[in-house]
Ligand binder design. Structure first.
Ligand SMILES: [Zn+2]
Length: 497
């Protein structure tokens, strides 16, 4: 309780969103524009000519690929099977400047779907006609959605529905200890004291509207105006078949039109489940992705049967990506003993987020200095792939500081590496997430489909804290203060007429 008071719920200004993917053409520029009359030499000219030739070939290949992609989408049987023909969809992408009117519903409805651990790029692993249909006729973050740090399930799902970074919504890890009360948060903790901020279901109910949650971290927490109403708020049970979840959500559209919840969530544990077990490149992932696509197909079909598919705003996201972890990519804390002994009792989480809470009397700055001395000495196996920080000295872009719940010492681990306490003979291969959110493999998907999402629109990557304002904007309700930008929705949504 005390700790809640210590944690500021005041949002911080958000840094300007920048597209962080390098532009490959500008990277080539210094070479391709080299027209200097320096005495150079045939060899250099030859290199330049070869380079230009390669560039031309690459350009042709890229053009062909784009043309192929265009043909795929514009002639996809899935887009033509929608109520709009593929031809009108393609042309609509050029002329759409305002939101399409609702045809059956009398108010906007947002269905927020999470496919856990759906790494950006999984959609290309296999034929995903239904997800492809949402993309072709909707708006997509072209290079994926950026999760918040740490790129873990609970912090990210709760950021998506509150618009807050974990330091502000309080769920700073999947497991953590409150330093003031000594109590432990786990993924089964439903006491409202842990869950700060105002999630979308609460915002919706505050406006006298109805929300329905078919699983979402935090949705079972009775907080403020949200009392997790029976029949509309499902208590988490991972054994409920995915098809049943879809069918239940569809059944909400059979309610009298004024009783249809305006905001619904739908959650699938896959393909995260498989990703941890076998890593992102296994056939099991491909199968899980195909199954998620099948479920999206079941959903679309059910909405079409009810005549509401074009009216519902479907937002499909994941919470984070996945990267393979295997073999020798391990760092052992016991290997640092020459510089500092870090007992397991200090460590709140090992990997991929190393979180250390030294006891009173041990200065965190001393721990950081000694750890980094050891890690940088060249004598600790894989030491250069881990760096310790005082939390207040972490890169500010991580926004991982302003909460007492965040332990004082945080280790950033390079993609694919893992930290363990001591050497064992165990060698396991699988997948992990939780790394720096600037790592591309941690990205997930964002697809928006519905009246306010332009068809065939691609937008730059953005952080998931902007989704809260996007949804309140679609629902035309005032949201709670949060870390998202208030102008963001206008960059991704068509204005209402
Ligand atoms: Zn997850």
């Amino acid at each position: 309780m005390v700790s809640d008071a210590l944690i500021s719920t005041k949002p911080t200004p958000i840094p300007t969103q920048e597209e962080d993917s390098p532009n490959p053409s500008s990277a080539l520029l210094p070479f391709s524009t080299d027209s200097s009359s320096s005495p150079c030499q045939t060899q250099k000219r030859t290199t330049t000519v070869v380079f230009i030739a390669l560039l031309v070939v690459t350009s042709i290949a890229l053009s062909a690929a784009s043309a192929f992609a265009f043909l795929f989408f514009s002639h996809s049987p899935y887009s033509s099977s929608s109520s709009q023909s593929s031809k009108s969809s393609a042309s609509a992408a050029h002329v759409e400047s305002i939101a399409r009117p609702l045809t059956k519903l009398n108010h906007p409805v947002v269905l927020l779907i999470s496919s856990d651990g759906f790494r950006f790029g999984y959609q290309f692993k296999t034929s995903t006609p239904n997800i492809g249909r949402l993309i072709a006729n909707g708006t997509e973050a072209e290079r994926g959605l950026i999760p918040v740090f740490p790129t873990l399930t609970f912090p990210n799902h709760y950021s998506i529905v509150t618009g807050l970074y974990p330091a502000y919504h309080g769920i700073i890890n999947n497991h953590f200890v409150d330093p003031v009360t000594g109590q432990t948060f786990t993924m089964a903790s439903h006491e409202p004291k842990w869950w700060l901020g105002e999630p979308l279901w609460e915002t919706v109910v505050n406006h006298g509207l109805k929300a329905a949650t078919y699983f979402w971290p935090g949705s079972e927490v009775k907080k403020g105006s949200w009392d997790c109403p029976k029949g509309l708020c499902m208590y988490y049970n991972g054994s409920v078949p995915f098809d049943e979840r879809v069918d239940t959500v569809l059944s909400y559209f059979d309610l009298p039109i004024d009783e249809i919840p305006v905001f619904m969530t739908l959650y699938f544990e896959d393909p995260d489940h498989q990703g941890h077990k076998v890593g992102p490149d296994d056939l099991e992932i491909t199968e899980a992705v195909a199954n998620i696509d099948r479920l999206i197909g079941r959903l679309i079909q059910g909405l079409e049967q009810r005549g509401v598919f074009e009216d519902v705003s479907i937002i499909m996201v994941g919470d984070h990506g996945m990267v393979g972890t295997c073999d020798k990519k391990l760092i052992f804390l016991d290997d640092l003993a020459h510089w500092i002994e870090i007992p397991g009792s200090w460590v709140q989480s090992y990997t991929p987020l190393l979180a250390i809470h030294p006891p009173p009397g041990v200065a965190p700055s001393d721990v950081v200095t000694k750890m980094n001395e050891g890690l940088g000495s060249g004598k600790v196996e894989n030491g250069k792939h881990l760096k310790a920080y005082l939390k207040e000295e972490l890169p500010s872009r991580l926004h991982y500081f302003a909460s007492d719940r965040i332990p004082p010492v945080i280790g950033l681990i390079e993609e694919g590496f893992k930290v363990e306490q001591k050497r064992t003979n165990r060698r396991e291969c699988g997948g992990a997430h939780g790394y720096d959110n600037a790592v591309f493999s941690m990205r997930t998907i964002f697809i928006g489909h519905g009246p306010q999402f332009a068809r065939g629109q691609k937008v730059p990557s953005f952080e998931n804290i902007h989704i809260y304002n996007t949804i309140t904007s679609i629902l035309n309700i005032k949201g709670a203060p949060n870390n998202g930008s208030s102008s963001f929705p206008s960059t991704i949504l068509l204005p209402n007429p």
